[in-house]
Write a protein that binds this ligand. Structure first.
Ligand code: NAI
Ligand code: CS2
Length: 479
């Protein structure tokens, strides 16, 4: 078991993190733990969960916030005990005031977030605060008792300003393009609805550094808890099993200092955008391609999709011939090498990453993973047949779930149901979904090439299934 040795008795809540999920435990908590080993004064993280069950927070506190991360490559295993978390609270139990109190402790320097794409309560196309979101509607009427992360941040900043406490930096670690800018806009849009003076103060005093975050950390399943127990001899309800790879690129723009995360391998840069675009399109876009199409074939896990030669070839084509060609031409990364690394990471059989997990919240993911690259490829005159299959796969996935009466994990699920309800044919259902502007903008009604390509891919999947659709396009030299 690898274990750091710094003195954690005096860990403070220097960082308050909202969203104690699997990813945070295997990524930011590990980086902080490793860099603490080299720093004179270690940085502590205090975690807040606004949603989900209380079990995780209770279990973490019961084990003094120590937990195991098992890192698995295809051929090796490393176990580490992570020691950087100082405490945790769950607002449905402790109340929102406990979270506000924590965020307004004077020593808090960074508030970081892994709250999933939907946690920002923004419209995926306009990328501004969605004032019709039910959490935001609640918070705008009761700003002192917020339910959303955005409402909580604004309330904490309001109190800090009132008490003349120093501001903190807000560090989004979610898979969203320009996540810093998006968070800033959401916070300012919210603050402006309440108090323009507060919004101006936030704009002047608070920074929102952008980040690119990467490590594949699947939701835990019983089989993976058993892996931890077998490795360490102890059950750990807070432990996670993830891949050995990790990457973190951070815009170096902090108002109250930051840990030396670079000592643990993070990169501080002036501009994160090229890195995040590469990762969101090549990695996450390919993940979504496999999640929807692999699930239609019947695969439960990503490594099973990669063992299928047709899907493997198609996703490799998507990475290299489509997504990579949509990127900034000045990006100094060998994209072929990056794609090879992704193929190896996705193929790791020890990482039990469910297609159904990645398929969740498609309405929040498709814009950056499929629609933005589509638009760029159109302007560059590059064929996008695999992107069309990604989108067609999503359409079939949603329509299938509706026809089976299954619950859909997506904040727009009610809209999906109502759009599809009156339609008779499969294509009419698909077309109704494609007209949802917060996902696709006006592409379906204004761009014939988009509509034709997606319809072709959709009909091919409908007629003969995913394999035949891919083979048909590859026979035509498109994939
Ligand atoms: P998880 O399901 O383990 O945790 C999700 C966390 O988000 C929970 O703490 C939950 O309380 C919180 N949350 C959910 N909805 C929320 C809302 N509306 N407002 C505030 N908090 C909310 O998921 P996991 O694996 O930790 O992933 C979380 C996010 O981290 C992803 O959506 C992604 O953006 C990012 N990420 C995840 C990676 C992974 O491989 N798991 C890798 C890279 C980034
Ligand atoms: C995945 C990501 O759930 C998803 O949508 O594509 O969480 C992916 O595992 C990470 O971004 C890898 O860094």
């Amino acid at each position: 078991m690898e274990k750091t040795t710094y003195n954690r008795q005096k860990l403070n809540a220097d960082i308050v993190h909202i969203g104690l999920g699997a990813f945070h435990r295997a990524h930011q908590a590990v980086y902080t733990d490793l860099c603490n080993e080299t720093m004179e004064k270690p940085w502590g993280i205090y975690d807040i969960n606004l949603f989900g069950s209380a079990e995780l927070v209770d279990a973490l506190n019961a084990q003094h916030c120590l937990f195991t991360v098992v890192e698995k490559s295809a051929s090796s295993t490393t176990c580490r005990q992570v020691r950087s978390i100082a405490g945790a609270l769950h607002t449905p139990v402790s109340g929102i005031q406990a979270a506000i109190d924590k965020l307004t402790e004077p020593q808090v320097k960074i508030v970081s977030l892994t709250i999933t794409e939907k946690g920002y309560c923004t419209d995926p196309q306009s990328r501004r605060l969605d004032v019709n979101n039910s959490l935001i509607r609640h918070d705008l009427t009761m700003p002192r008792e917020p339910q959303s992360a955005i409402g909580l941040l604004v309330e904490a900043l309001r109190v800090r300003r009132e008490k003349s406490l120093p501001p903190f930096s807000v560090l989004s670690c979610d898979n969203i393009p320009e996540n810093g800018v998006l968070t800033k806009n959401a916070v300012l849009d919210f603050a402006n609805q309440l108090d323009a003076g507060l919004a101006t103060w936030i704009e002047q005093k608070v920074t929102f550094p952008g980040t690119m975050v990467d490590r594949i950390v699947p939701a835990m399943i019983p089989e993976q808890f058993a892996v931890i127990e077998a490795q360490t001899g102890h059950a750990d309800p807070c432990g996670v099993v993830c891949e050995d790879f990790r990457q973190w690129v951070i815009e170096d723009n902090f108002v109250a200092g930051r840990p030396e995360w670079d000592k643990a391998g993070a990169m501080f840069v002036q501009d994160v955008v090229p890195y995040e675009e590469m990762k969101l399109r090549m990695l996450n876009g390919s993940h979504s391609f496999l999640a929807y199409n692999g699930s239609l074939i019947g695969y439960e896990f990503i490594y099973e999709c990669m063992a299928d030669p047709v899907l493997n070839a198609a996703v490799t084509h998507l990475m290299i011939e489509e997504q990579a060609r949509s990127l900034d031409p000045n990006l100094h990364v060998n994209v072929d090498q990056y794609a090879r690394l992704l193929v190896a990471r996705f193929s790791n059989p020890h990482i039990k990453h469910k297609t159904s997990q990645i398929a969740m919240d498609g309405s929040q993911k498709l814009p950056q993973r499929a629609i933005d690259p589509w638009r760029t490829l159109q302007t560059r005159n590059v064929k996008s047949a695999a992107l069309a299959i990604l989108i067609a796969g999503w359409l079939h996935y949603i329509i299938r779930a509706i026809s089976l009466g299954q619950d859909i994990a997506d904040p727009l699920k009610d809209e999906f149901y109502s759009q599809v309800a009156q339609m008779d044919s499969q294509w009419e259902r698909a077309y109704a979904l494609l007209r949802i502007e917060s996902i696709f903008g006006t592409l379906a009604t204004t761009d014939n090439i988009f509509l034709n390509e997606v319809q072709k891919a959709f009909s091919a999947i409908e007629a003969d299934g995913v394999h035949a659709a891919i083979n048909c396009l590859s026979g035509q030299g498109k994939i």
